[in-house]
Write a protein that binds this ligand. Structure first.
Ligand code: MG
Ligand code: ZN
Ligand code: ZN
Length: 736
């Protein structure tokens, strides 16, 4: 079995390899120990390499995972110099501040920098090592990327991402127990970055054949052998198998060496990386949360595999391709539109590189036509089937579809068409462009991800079934979910029935604080759904319980309907005189402790004015729920609580704390009143910022139904995603 053939990295280090490619390959790395028990050998390696005083760098996480134990071992061995542990609330950024912290902490007499970590810590240590003429060593804590031995440090200087040339490490150490227990997301990313080498190598082979680029058969074989050891790992990484973690880490380290040998990133990076770079750039421009490099590369790999395999079956019309003419101005316009702030750089790169020059294209077409069977052979022999790569990635829960990281179908198509412009590197995307197939293939990719990809659909179904299987209580939103206006959806009763048959409880929850519980129970009864008061929850009750617990003696001024006032009063909340009096005439200058704003369909200017006066006087501001609009008959959207809050915010600068969905208090309320555990509860609804957001960051499940206000294509606009997206309750019924 492939996974039992251990990779012998040490055959590549400590010597000069005279290669058949005509070059001499060598590396500055003197020691690589990635195996079980490596943690216990760390101090020994340092001593053997002749170092006497170590400066250790880590962050809070890597200190816990490996740094602390390493430091104790160094102290015991008399090698401990100083240490620096980064404390950050969010991700550590390799910027001037971080560099400064490290340089200040680095003692004059330390002869070795020990980087304990896997991404940013490495980059920072490499950089200060080179600047301060001190050797450095990497003690890897996660198999997440291939930069361990690379001679580039990815830094963020002056707020811009840049790569700075640096010297390589003297040693790379990794204990497989620690590596196997790294955060699963980092392991998934490492797998994605690793499998991306398949298409990278295919790109390199074709660049050699078509474009006459430097190529080394030995390096390719070395990376392919390592890749073969990873190919057999299906399922083992998620089980945290140490041998699997070892094979993955060694492959990553080896690809790093391969880049050093080739003196370029060809062995590790092709157009799967270009797609990743393109998405990353767009995410940065749009201020979106970054996605791990290897995760994006994994999705890029699936995309490119799909295109490669289709190309190998294509009947090419070379004559037609030769006749194709292109509109340079239109291309430039598109680059400006899609690359935005980066467009000037991209246009300059093309000016310099001339990838798209017509003369060169014609020459490449000649070579391709003469070698087409050979090109197809290379593709077939080099690449795994798309489904195989997908299964392998999914076995480690690594994403395989752009939608899993919030990349829309549009952005997928754009990336396929334009990502090749991001670098001067010949890849299959350039081949497709040369052949005038790129636009069609971009559509192929989009169709595949939106309508095809059976392996992913199967995985998704299984995941959803597992999730829904654990649910004991469904918290159903009302409008858009079980009915639309006054029309009950035809599938609602079947859902409720099936839920009951399978021993699950269904409760109804509405944020709407303008009407009372009985109104809703009556409406349900008219629709033929018998519901008890104990199964009908409203946002008004959530805030009422909160007030009772947190402000038992507070006097509240309510901007809300009489029914909201009743709910609050009946739960023992003290209301101001005006809320109690039948005639709302001005009554002196009593000041409330809290202003409570609901969905007030009986709103008057007087109420608004009073509320704003009380807020100015320092009253606490609570909103019953934050819905901005409420759907009414005929598709009209009525201004709701969130909109009235916006008015008061404009007037007073005060922002209320909201209850109802998506507030944490609502989830706690449901847990208290149903007796179910968080992970047994599913919120089902049609509105993203309430029904879905309520479960975000909790153990509860969110189910978006597309039968109401949210359209599938709008999902990418939100920073959180539903756990399950279903066309309607009907689809959900099938999963019970
Ligand atoms: Mg709704
Ligand atoms: Zn070579
Ligand atoms: Zn990479």
């Amino acid at each position: 079995m492939a996974q039992h053939t251990k990779i012998d990295i040490n055959q590549y280090i400590g010597k000069q390899i005279r290669c058949s490619c005509g070059r001499i390959h060598e590396t500055t790395v003197k020691c690589i120990d990635i195996a079980r028990g490596a943690a216990g050998r760390l101090a020994g390696h340092i001593r053997e390499l002749g170092y006497t005083k170590v400066f250790l760098a880590a962050d809070d996480n890597t200190w816990k995972a490996a740094g602390n134990a390493a430091w104790q071992a160094l102290e015991k061995a008399g090698l401990a110099g100083e240490k620096w542990i980064f404390h950050r609330d969010s991700d550590l950024v390799p910027d001037e501040q971080a560099i400064g912290e490290l340089e200040v902490a680095l003692p004059m007499d330390a002869d070795l920098i020990l980087a304990v970590g896997s991404g940013t810590i490495n980059d920072l240590c490499k950089f200060i090592s080179t600047r301060n003429h001190r050797d450095y060593m990497i003690y890897a804590t996660a198999p997440s990327m291939d930069g361990f031995t690379s001679t580039g440090a990815a830094l963020t200087l002056n707020h811009v991402k840049t790569t700075v040339d640096v010297l390589g490490p003297v040693a790379v150490i990794g204990d497989t127990e620690i590596l196997a227990n790294a955060p699963m997301e980092m392991i998934s990313a490492g797998l994605g970055d690793t499998l991306g080498k398949y298409t990278a190598l295919a790109d390199w082979k074709l660049a050699h054949l078509i474009n006459g680029e430097y190529y080394c058969e030995e390096i390719v074989r070395m990376v392919e052998a390592a890749l073969a050891s990873v190919r057999g790992l299906s399922g083992k990484l998620s089980q945290r198998d140490p041998d699997a973690a070892e094979a993955l880490t060694k492959t990553l380290v080896l690809t790093g060496l391969a880049m050093t040998f080739a003196d370029c990133s060809r062995p590790a990076s092709g157009c799967e990386h270009h797609l990743s770079h393109f998405w990353e750039m767009r995410y940065q421009m749009e201020g979106r949360k970054p996605v791990l490099h290897g995760i994006k590369v994994g999705i890029g790999l699936v995309t490119i595999l799909k295109l490669y395999h289709q190309l190998a079956e294509e009947k090419i019309d070379f004559a037609a391709a030769r006749k194709k003419t292109r509109d340079k101005a239109a291309w430039e316009e598109e680059i400006r539109r899609e690359y935005r702030d980066a467009a000037e750089g991209i246009l300059k790169l093309e000016e310099k590189a001339g990838k798209n020059n017509e003369e060169d294209r014609q020459r490449r077409l000649d070579v391709m036509e003469a070698n087409w069977p050979e090109i197809c052979r290379i593709i077939r022999e080099s690449l795994p089937a798309t489904e195989e790569a997908e299964r392998l990635l999914l076995s480690a829960d690594a994403p395989v579809n752009p939608e899993q990281i919030g990349v829309s179908p549009d952005l997928t198509g754009t990336a396929v068409r334009l990502a090749k412009e991001v670098r001067d590197r010949f890849t299959v995307l350039q081949i497709l462009w040369d052949l005038d197939l790129l636009d069609d293939y971009a559509e192929t990719a989009v169709d595949y991800f939106t309508k095809g990809q059976p392996v992913y659909r199967e995985y998704q179904k299984k995941q959803i079934k597992e999730k829904i299987g654990k649910i004991r209580c469904f918290v159903l939103d009302m409008d858009g979910t079980i009915y639309l206006g006054n029309e009950l959806f035809p599938f609602t009763k079947a859902f409720l029935q099936k839920a009951q048959e399978t021993g699950r409880r269904c409760v109804f929850f509405t944020n709407n604080s303008s009407r009372n519980k009985q109104d809703y129970l009556d409406k349900l009864a008219r629709m033929g759904i018998p519901a008890e008061a104990e199964n009908m929850y409203t946002s008004s009750e959530v805030i009422a319980e909160f007030l009772q617990a947190e402000h038992p003696d507070a006097v509240c001024y309510v901007v809300g309907t009489p029914s909201l006032e009743t709910v609050l009063r009946e739960s023992g909340v003290k209301l101001m005189e005006e809320n109690r009096a039948a005639d709302r005439t001005e009554r002196g200058s009593e000041t409330p402790d809290i202003v409570i704003l609901g969905f007030d369909t009986t709103l008057t200017y007087e109420k608004l004015d009073k509320a704003s006066r009380f807020l100015e006087q320092g009253a606490i501001f609570y909103g019953v729920h934050e819905d901005r609009v409420c759907p009414v008959e005929g598709g009209h959207m009525m201004p709701d609580c969130g909109s009235i809050a916006a008015l008061l915010r404009t007037a007073t600068g005060k922002v209320p704390r909201f209850f109802g969905k998506p507030a944490r208090e609502t989830l706690d309320y449901v847990v208290r009143h149903t007796g179910c555990k968080e992970e047994e509860i599913a919120f089902v609804g049609d509105r993203m910022y309430t029904d879905i957001a309520v479960a975000d960051g909790s153990e509860a499940t969110s189910v978006l139904v597309l039968s109401g206000e949210t359209k599938r294509k709008e999902l990418a606009d939100y920073p959180y995603a539903p756990d399950v997206t279903a066309e309607s309750l009907e689809t959900l019924t099938e999963l019970l």
